[in-house]
Design a protein around this ligand. Sequence first.
Ligand code: PAF
Length: 284
Amino acid sequence: MKQIHSIDEVRAAISAWREVGDTVALVPTMGNLHKGHISLAKLAAEYAEHVVVSVFVNPTQFGPNEDFDAYPRTLAADARKLSHAGMDIMFAPSVKEIYPRGLDNGTQVLVPGLSDQLCGAARPGHFAGVTSVVCRLLNICAPDVAVFGQKDYQQWIILRKMVADLHSPVRLVAGPTMREKSGLAMSSRNSLLDDAQRDKAASIFSALIGVEQQLQAGRRDYAKLEDEAAGHIRDAGLETEYVAIRRSLDLGMPEKDTPRLSVLAAARLDKVRLIDNVLVELSQ
Ligand code: PAF
């Protein structure tokens, strides 16, 4: 596997594949790779002959008081894991390479509306940073397919809208969330938690599953279900930021007869912010 740091070099490698008619998938990540990322990379390999995994801790998606500096950076271990998984390229550019005119002077890509809700309400500017960097990565690599995790469900819906609105010639694919035995969604930020904290954090998933069961049993009092789940997470010792039941399609507010719902949650355990979601297909 090649480790590439410059835009020119990754473009040259991709062009060489294109010249022989091969297809390319991109998996954007912020590194500190775990089994969830590797499953996305392997899923990408089912869609294209070559896979580029980008590793870039994107400063523009972190707020001033967030954990940009503390975000775990493990490039050498990431390279080993990607090489072991049979990936072609790890593209790990510098901040200067991606934002040559500085962080405040670059063009921003904004998806209005949804970017300010749910996680966007607690993290102003976060999704503008995500869409601005993903647009750049898509322009750099021009992949046929780009793969993202369903764990970041709001990000997924926002990126789908961005690609549709901008007529970007790329197919987006979502990969399922990988979980620890306890149900805790795998996340790079889990490495900041000790074992006891990880046990507590599993309450997020159990709360979401509890809501799913209640929905399947016929309850549609969404606000009450959200409150009960928020209480379950709080009782485990976390600070619940939100639990929300939304339409899966676009994260709009659901009606009583909406058939596909997403139940999303965000909570903090000390300084670590965790998110998760489940998709619920109602049979009645
Ligand atoms: O999901 C992530 O890890 C990041 O938000 C992404 C898509 C790599 C953009 O920096």
